[in-house]
Design a protein around this ligand. Structure first.
Ligand code: WQD
Length: 346
């Protein structure tokens, strides 16, 4: 029989790509999503890509009774991959309680329901933001975890601490936190990708929305960093590679290959690019000039972040395979197909 996996936030950006990878690998997937920052039509697109629609439950997991009930209904699942969370850094500074409530209540409710129903494996969506401004590059998993710059980032740090504590008290419980660097790109079909609500905060959706004419001008935040062209360096990773890492982590949990009951892995390519390098690559891929200007640094940004990838390679047997060109090409294809389908009303 196929292993059943619950994916919270499975209609979202990284969640939907992971659902595709899981179905392709033969898992039976149930998606829990409240659609607060995603659209239900993504499920049809997943079906178009894989030939199979995941079971869907529209639920707000921050509500304890709702969470309890839905887990009872699916108590034959073997694991949870937990993506569902608020993720806008700036908004979290304005509304910290909303972030702590949603991101931590839902995690606690899920973990309680897992323990009650003996679903003893979880993969958690964490972030490189837990490293704050790193002292050492590339960032290894043993780099110090620092106070993140935003309440959003802190929800990730606190969530990781909760998971560690739980795996110590519940002896059969296993957890893996995956710390993402900068996910970009979209599925090669052009059918699923990032759907930012409102004006995007992240670089790639901002670039593609400028290029398609929704936004006027990209602001490059600072060109006075101590880097080769003065703009900040990030480790961009293709969302399809990221999705595959979740399958590798899930296999590790289910085969009980873990060395300790709580493990952490960086997910990046190990290669850093500056903002100007990203712009140049986009201009090449889209064959157009991008309207941008250099402005002040953005508060909370660090100069340089890129991952050490060795641990994920060794323990998960996973490595990012897709390069920058493919990341940007697929982001641009997705933006163009999305706007064409918006005109047709999806
Ligand atoms: C990348 C680079 C900006 C926008 C954030 C979160 C992190 C994670 C991913 C997700 C930086 C520059 C950006 C723009 C710019 N969280 N930039 N103009 O800040 O590395 O990480 O997203 O859920 O927790 O902090 O990603 O895409 O915002 O920025 O110049 O309009 O692009 O300064 O150097 P970041 P980003």
């Amino acid at each position: 029989m196929k292993n059943k996996v619950i994916v919270t936030g499975g209609c979202g950006y990284i969640g939907s790509h992971t659902v595709v990878s899981l179905i392709e690998e033969g898992y039976e997937v149930v998606v829990f999503d409240d659609l607060s920052n995603s659209k239900e039509f993504i499920l049809n697109k997943i079906e178009e890509i894989t030939g199979k629609a995941p079971v869907f439950e529209k639920v707000n997991l921050a509500k304890e009774s709702v969470c309890k009930e839905i887990f009872q209904k699916h108590n034959d699942a073997k694991a949870v991959i937990h993506f569902a969370a608020y993720k806008a850094v700036g908004e979290s500074v304005q509304k910290p309680l909303m972030y702590y409530k949603n991101n931590l209540f839902s995690l606690i409710n899920i973990l309680n329901a897992q323990v009650e129903n003996k679903i003893e494996n979880i993969i958690f969506s964490s972030s490189a933001t837990v490293y704050g401004e790193p002292d050492l590059l590339p960032i290894t998993e043993s780099n110090e975890v620092k106070q993140p710059f935003s309440p959003y980032g802190n929800t990730k740090k606190v969530a990781e601490e909760i998971l560690l504590d739980l795996t110590k008290s519940e002896h059969n419980f296993s957890a893996i936190s995956l710390r993402y660097f900068n996910p970009i790109g979209a599925h090669s079909s052009g059918l699923i990708g990032e759907l930012p609500s409102g004006i995007p905060n992240n670089l790639l959706p901002y670039i593609t929305q400028c290029a398609i004419g929704i936004l006027e001008q990209l602001k490059v935040f600072g060109d006075d960093y101590d880097t080769k062209d003065g703009t900040a360096i990030r480790d961009y990773i293709h969302v399809v590679d990221l999705a595959k890492a979740h399958v590798a982590a899930l296999n590790r949990l289910l085969k009980k290959e873990q060395e300790t009951s709580y493990e952490v892995f960086n997910l990046g390519t190990g290669k850093g690019y500056t903002v100007l390098e990203i712009i140049r690559e986009f201009e090449k891929v889209a064959n157009m000039k991008l309207n941008y200007k250099i402005v002040e640094r953005r508060e909370g940004d660090v100069p340089e972040l890129y991952a050490a990838t060795k641990l994920a390679e060794e323990k998960l047997g996973w490595k990012a395979l897709l390069g920058l060109n493919e990341m940007i090409r697929s982001s641009w294809q997705w933006e163009q197909q999305l706007r064409a389908s918006v005109k047709e009303g999806y």
